[in-house]
Design a binder for this molecule. Structure first.
Ligand code: DAH
Length: 341
């Protein structure tokens, strides 16, 4: 039986030396030194021997079991590191591979231009005042000196709601009434940004919704030259100091006198093109001295207070600044357009 034992030892070592993977290694462990393995079986057969032979055999079995266990550990370590080498060499994990790019969103061009505009007015001491998109006919028209059925209403194609007297604001000017009624009799310096809505045929220059940024200054010594100087500072900062601007007399029911401001066409540098309709100028805002009736409606005594106001279309300004020739790009959500900003 000692001989059998020796055979077993040799066989086990031979098999172990040939093993190259973890699975085979587990199999070997079970077969030879596990709880039901061949070497363990041998210890149970000790009863078949004579009393004299037993001690020698027992010692030898234990020796062999220990030697095989040690050989097993050593082999396991070699197999493991060989497997690791093989995995690295086969390139299952290539640490030099570039990562997948994260798609980053960006600000809509309308938001970008609004932020530029807010920053400039903020530096001049104008704070942002928000007023609602859904307005009363009274704020949107009547208190701005536009009575019902007045022909001036034709300037604003209006979206009506099913509620009598409730409309979508056609401009940000009704916010002037709200700001005046809140701050009266304090002086005011605010800008009022917001979406406006008009029942228009959509074309390259007209949309049914667009942003306006309204401005309002009320105090006891505000003059037309303040209006002109303030707006000139604004356009110089927004378009650069070399860009020409001009004021033109105009008409709005809520200002007297009224004006419009034009900027030299950026696309043709004033030479004349399709965008500026060959005039070399593009209108960017309406403005004027707040009409005494409107001041009164806001709670201010027109004998003591004066003010100026303006309203600009920010998409129109973005179009000029970035050379965009169709306003429909802004809300058509075409990534090829949006990704350019
Ligand atoms: N609300 C006018 C419009 O939508 C623009 C405007 C003109 C606003 C003159 C003003 C202003 O505050 O003084 O066409």
């Amino acid at each position: 039986m000692l001989e059998q034992l020796e055979q077993l030892r040799l066989e086990a070592l031979e098999k172990l030396a040939a093993i190259a993977d973890g699975e085979a290694l587990d199999g070997w462990e079970k077969r030879f030194i596990g709880r039901k393995g061949a070497v363990t079986e041998m210890t149970r057969r000790v009863g078949e021997l004579s009393k004299d032979e037993r001690p020698e055999f027992g010692r030898r079995v234990n020796e062999i079991k220990q030697a095989l266990s040690a050989a097993y550990e050593a082999r396991a370590a070699t197999v493991q590191s060989a497997e690791m080498e093989r995995r690295l060499a086969s390139g299952a994990l290539d640490v030099s591979l570039p990562g997948r790019p994260k798609l980053l969103g960006r600000l809509h061009p309308s938001t970008q231009i609004l932020r530029d505009i807010f920053r400039i007015w903020g530096d001049m001491g104008f704070q942002v005042y928000r007023s609602p998109d859904v307005e009363t006919d009274e704020n949107n028209f009547q208190l701005l000196n536009i009575p019902p059925d007045h022909p001036a209403r034709d300037m604003w194609a209006t979206f009506y709601t099913t509620r009598e007297g409730i409309i979508l604001r056609t401009h940000t000017s009704p916010g002037q009434i709200r700001a005046m009624r809140q701050y009266c009799p304090e002086p005011i310096r605010v800008i009022l940004p917001g979406m406006c809505y008009r029942y228009e045929q959509v074309t390259a220059r007209h949309e049914t919704q667009f942003y306006q940024v309204e401005g309002l200054a009320v105090g006891n010594q505000i003059t037309m030259s303040d209006l002109k100087g303030t707006l000139s500072s604004f356009t110089r900062r927004l378009f650069g100091p070399e860009r020409e601007t001009r004021f033109r007399p105009s008409y709005f029911p809520f200002t007297e006198p009224s004006a419009e401001m034009d900027v030299e066409c950026i696309l043709c540098e004033g030479k004349g093109c399709a965008v500026c309709k060959q005039t070399g100028w593009v209108e960017i805002l309406g403005c004027g001295m707040v009409h005494p009736v409107v001041l009164q409606n806001g709670g201010y005594d027109p004998a003591k207070y004066t003010g100026f106001a303006f309203g600009m279309g920010s998409e129109r300004i973005a179009m000029l600044k970035y050379g965009i020739n169709d306003i429909r790009y802004f809300w058509s959500n075409d990534l090829r357009f949006l990704e350019q900003f």
